[in-house]
Write a protein that binds this ligand. Sequence first.
Ligand code: PEP
Length: 256
Amino acid sequence: MRIPLFVGNWKMHMTRAEAEELLISLKEKAGNVEGIDVGVCPSFPYLSFATELLVGTNIKVGGQNMAWENSGAFTGEVSPVQLRDSGCSFVILGHSERRHVFGETNEMINKKVKRAVEQGLNVILCVGEKLNEREQGRTEDIVNSQLQAGLKGVDISMIDKITIAYEPVWAIGTGKTATPEMAEDVHAFIRNWFKTEFGKSAADELRIQYGGSVKPENSSQLMAQPDIDGALVGGASLDAESFTQIIFSAAENKQE
Ligand code: PEP
């Protein structure tokens, strides 16, 4: 059975004092939940701080992005080695804001995925279509090409390091959520894609998170879908109570 995974993507929010308050509250409410994996992705300057604060809990710390090289002349970038050194066990790659605001291509994301895995980081690879692409009926084509290109050269021995987050771009930070059925259709497509590329057991074990305006009010219905294995949460993860309610929505639906 797949363990649901809930990750809070803090984006470029939170001062150190705000981060401290949020983490202490999260630690109290969801520090040692059984049968559910939880992670947070603060901004780079607070990664070590978060790691230290979360010692003794099951909450993992991850990066929101990284460079595809381990070190070198890359002003403004952070490497996978530095993420590991700051206590991260995973990294989000290919987030739609990286793709569409910062112009990251599938090729760049692919280099990052391979480097992250080589350095022992788990990867959350984000895929998802824009509104016009959905309206043109191209959702599966877009997701297919993001998976093909993003995972090029990743072989079966690395596949247990990969989680996919399906995040329709039109639903991120907009308050618009895909209906549970719309999300489930794409999740089932992704699982089937993995079955074709990597075999049934890799597909069965793959965790596919949904992301896009997930809130306590909609998380239960989303988590009730068979191929939704948790969530990548932006806005609602900045509030410990909301994020905890989202995490516990999986308890109702995913645990025995
Ligand atoms: C995200 O940042 O990945 C995200 C899904 O944001 P939000 O929950 O705010 O839509």
